[in-house]
Design a protein around this ligand. Sequence first.
Ligand code: 5GP
Length: 184
Amino acid sequence: MAKVFVITGPSGVGKGTLIRMLLDRLPQLELSVSATTRAPRPGERDGVHYHFLTREQFAQRVALDDFVEHAEYAGNRYGTLKSELERRTAEGVPVMLEIELQGARQVREKLPDAVAVFIAPPSPDALRTRLVGRGTDSSEEVSARLASAEQELAAQPEFAHVVVNDRLDDAVEELAGIVEAALS
Ligand code: 5GP
C-alpha cells in the first residue's frame, strides 16, 4: 500500500499553506478531499476543497461505515472518506490527510504505518493573530477554534515529528525532508 501522511495541528497554524507549498514541491503526493458539514467559505468549491455534506448526508455516510476517521470540530463534522484514500493508495499514489487531532488519533489506530506530522505555532498568540487576521471565521468560530487549539497543543508529545511553523520556508523544508525520507 502507498504511504499515507497525516498533517495535524491547531486551526490557524498554517497547515493549508504548508501543504500547498509541499504539493508544489512533491507533485507525486495527492491531498485527500475531506467531507464536512461546514458551510463553504467564499471561493471554496464542492469536490475540490471539501465534499460539502448536510448533517443528514454525513450521518448516513457514517452509518454506512464510509469514513476512515471522522470528528466533530468547532460545531461541524469533518471526515476522511475511505473512497478518497483507497482509490489513490490502490494506484500507488501517496496521500496526504490534513485533519484535526481526534482524526489523527483514529488514523494512528487504524493505519499504524501512516506518517503523522504535528505542525506547531511559534507561540499560542500566533494562532489567535492568524485566525483573526485571515478573516474567514466569525468571532464565535474563532473562539471555538482557539478552545480546541489548547487541547491540540497539549497533544504535541504524542507525535514523533513536530514542525514549528515559524519561518514558512524553513517549515516547508523540514516537512519535505520528513516526507521524502518516508517515501525513499
Ligand atoms: P476548516 O474548517 O478550517 O477547513 O477546518 C477545521 C479543522 O478541521 C482543521 O484543523 C482541519 O485540518 C480539520 N479537518 C479538515 N478535514 C478533516 C477531516 O477529514 N477529518 C478531520 N478529523 N479533520 C479535518
